[in-house]
Design a binder for this molecule. Structure first.
Ligand code: GLU
Length: 461
């Protein structure tokens, strides 16, 4: 995918190779005493590009974690951050572990030890390398990492900025948990603001009423499905999970499915839908938008020919293999690429990092001042209406909505929405503006690589 984009770019000799390679990968094997014996774990932290620091990217807990995967995901972080103008280089970490096999206190010991190994090599550091959640990790793990770092750096006033995705009571920010799903929603809204783009996918109209199949009801898939169905009128006609899939043409109740999975560990047995045991086959069902939101490589040469969705939204990292991408492109399927589609997470991570460094909640200084100024306008309107005898009345609800100053969550959403819209437009300009660019992925890579190249140039490389 990188190669396809650089072939269309005019980079200075040798720069292409410099950008492509992963700068460094650290492998660590450490022991933790659990259940009366020492268990050895293997973890990685890979830094793809330090053209901007800190470098940024999640830490994944999964048995399948390996060096190649971590490096590829680190590279994706570089391009993702460049595309959405988040001032970070790209990094990624992983630990080979099945977190479900361990008790909470065991996971804490393992996480703290891993964090210790990374922090002592500056692979966790507010100025150099800032991890975040990824598959298999969440707020809980980030809070342990932040605390571990703070214990090792007792005088670092910016210690909290060493990791993002922390719970709000431990230095996190409102809206981070759902940020990637929210970003998916904002990205789709922006796509549907451009009728020409929608037509390229063979679709028409608005998001309202579109049939959506979501693969993976984890943090990203759940929030995307929830927001799209509750706020944009989409019908979630399919949910694919590890133990099968649910199908319903009238639309699934996302909250009910989520609650069912939490209670029963999977989707099978859920009453208000058709259960499909061969879950992956639902990826091939007819729908308007397919949202792979879980693993890599789920759309591959084995099923690409049979995918019927005209629009694929890559909420996961790398859900479409490059072979499948080729097949789908030839068939005219529009793919909104991962480096854009799931960038909402790292965008809100950036806001969290800035909040930690500024040591103040967004909106704390302005909120009441904003309310007071709005109150002036409302008072004046009411006075005019009374004094002139025109008898205007404000529409119901207007006053409450207008008078309320923005809190942190609203500011986070506004910043995320702006980021997703601006990034889409920069991608779109290349997509429509160049005859040699046929798809959004190449457009996204051209924008991202161009920006990385510019910062290398500015550094004198
Ligand atoms: N793991 C997420 C991603 O793949 C978030 C990274 C971050 O917030 O730094 O984009």
């Amino acid at each position: 995918m990188f190669n396809r984009a650089v072939a269309l770019m005019d980079l200075s000799p040798g720069l292409e190779e410099k950008i492509r390679v992963c700068n460094s990968t650290y492998t660590v094997r450490f022991g933790v005493r659990l259940r009366g014996q020492i268990h050895t774990f293997t973890g990685y932290r890979s830094v793809h590009s330090e053209h901007m620091e800190p470098v940024k990217g999640g830490i994944r807990y999964a048995l399948a974690v390996n060096q190649d995967e971590v490096e590829a995901l680190a590279a994706l972080m570089t391009y993702k951050c460049a595309l959405v103008e988040v001032p970070f280089g790209g990094s990624k970490g992983g630990l080979c572990i099945d977190p479900r096999q361990y008790e909470e206190h065991e996971l804490e010991l393992i996480t703290r030890r891993f964090a210790y190994e990374l922090a002592k090599r500056d692979l966790i550091n507010p100025a150099q390398n800032v991890p975040a959640p990824d598959m298999g990790t969440g707020e809980r793990e980030m809070a342990w990492i932040a605390d571990q770092y703070a214990r090792m750096n007792t005088a670092d006033i910016n210690a909290r900025a060493c990791v993002t995705g922390k719970p709000p009571h431990a230095g996190g920010i409102q809206g981070r948990v759902e940020a990637t799903g929210r970003g998916v929603q904002y990205a789709l809204r922006e796509f549907f603001r451009h009728p020409e783009d929608v037509a390229k996918a063979g679709l028409s109209g608005k998001l309202d009423g579109k049939r959506v199949i979501v693969q993976g009801l984890g943090n990203v898939g759940y929030h995307a499905a929830k927001f799209l169905s509750e706020e944009d009128g989409c019908r979630i006609t399919g949910i694919v999970e590890h133990d099968g899939a649910l199908h319903s043409e009238t639309g699934l109740d996302v909250e009910a499915v989520r609650a069912w999975i939490q209670r029963h560990g999977g989707v099978s047995g859920f009453a208000d839908a058709t259960y499909v045991a061969e879950g992956a086959s639902l990826l091939e069902a007819e729908c308007d938008i397919l949202i792979p939101a879980a693993l890599e490589g789920v759309i591959n040469l084995g099923n690409a020919e049979r995918i019927r969705a005209p629009l694929i939204m890559e909420a996961a990292n790398g859900p479409v293999t490059s072979g499948a991408d080729e097949v789908l492109r030839a068939r005219g399927t529009v793919i909104i690429p991962d480096l854009y589609a799931n960038a909402g997470g790292v965008t809100v991570s950036y806001f969290e990092w800035v909040k930690n460094l500024s040591h103040i909640r967004f909106g704390r200084m302005q909120r009441r001042q904003e309310e007071a100024r709005h109150q002036l306008v409302v008072d004046e309107l009411e006075r005019l209406s009374a004094d002139t005898g025109i008898g205007w009345t404000l529409s119901p609800g207007f006053k409450e909505k207008y008078l309320r100053g923005a809190d942190e969550l609203e500011l986070v959403r506004s910043g995320l929405d702006d980021t997703m819209r601006t990034a889409y437009q920069s991608m779109r300009e290349v997509w429509h503006g160049r005859d040699d660019v046929q798809d959004l992925r190449v457009a996204a890579y051209i924008v991202a690589i161009g920006r990385v190249a510019k910062s290398y140039k500015a550094k004198g490389l």
